[in-house]
Ligand binder design. Structure first.
Ligand code: ADP
Ligand code: ADP
Length: 223
């Protein structure tokens, strides 16, 4: 059975409709990307799942429970974690302090010592303030912080954005490790090379609707 099932999802910003009937699902342990042009509705899809975009209709079922109508904190408590594109690091706090401020605390979260084993760079820079971190370190920190909640389903909005190729590779390796650990991941990605490298399946969005689903191999031959 799918972990997440989205049916006929429509979403609005005030009077402006951004999603026009999205249909897709994500199975447990899958790593799926949302790809498509700028403005297609990828970020809005993640924000709708999280309840950040509140004006939405249709159905978003997670573990057979309807999320539409629920508040963001209720959705987060179910074990869905969201890493927005803007990374949301507290620039005046250091790495360790940033880690203690997860969006929502759940029971059974990952302890810091355990968490930092996966992020040797961050462990070294534990006392560095957010502003002093590189873009890649900030992205790692943003991901580490959502892992701390103990959530098993991760929504990641363009983690590769604005990063040098060598750093993109590190982020890719991290995401593959998370997949190997059993996390289910829905990833917004503009960088198709990166998408190809990490994902099992790609959902192609145009004008607020799903127009195609591609396997890992199909994305290669299609581009
Ligand atoms: P993508 O992530 O695929 O680039 P978005 O989900 O950001 O696309 O945007 C989908 C549509 O919604 C676009 O037309 C965009 O201009 C609009 N949109 C996105 N965010 C907002 C917002 N905060 N207020 C109003 N319109 C928005
Ligand atoms: P993305 O496509 O990855 O969401 P954008 O560059 O479209 O990024 O959007 C950057 C920011 O501007 C987002 O916070 C988004 O919500 C906001 N935004 C995008 N389109 C609109 C719009 N038409 N009106 C108001 N805000 C918007």
């Amino acid at each position: 059975a799918p972990l997440l099932q989205v049916k006929d999802l429509r979403a609005w910003y005030n009077e402006s409709q951004a999603l026009h009937g999205m249909n897709f699902d994500v199975r447990p342990g899958e790593l799926v990307t949302l790809i498509g042009r700028n403005g297609a509705g990828k970020s809005t899809t993640l924000r709708s799942i999280m309840g950040i975009v509140r004006k939405r209709t249709g159905s978003i079922c997670y573990e057979d429970e309807e999320l539409i109508g629920k508040r963001t904190f209720q959705i987060a408590r179910k074990g869905i974690a969201y890493c927005p594109e803007e990374r949301a690091i507290f620039s005046l706090l250091n790495v360790g302090e940033n880690l203690t401020l997860p969006p929502v605390l759940r029971q059974g979260g990952v302890p810091d010592s355990e968490l930092l084993k996966q992020f040797p760079n961050l462990r070294e820079r534990r006392k560095s303030r957010g502003t002093l971190l590189s873009g890649g370190e900030q992205q790692m920190l943003a991901i580490a912080r959502i892992l701390r909640t103990g959530s098993q389903f991760l929504l990641l909005d363009e983690p590769s954005e604005g990063l040098a190729p060598v750093v993109v590779k590190e982020i890719g390796q991290l995401i593959l490790r998370l997949k190997a650990q059993g996390y289910t991941i829905l990833l917004v990605e503009q960088n198709l090379q990166f998408a190809r490298l990490v994902a099992d399946r790609h959902i192609v969005i145009e004008h607020g609707a799903v127009v195609d689903t591609l396997s890992a191999e199909e994305l290669v031959s299609d581009m």
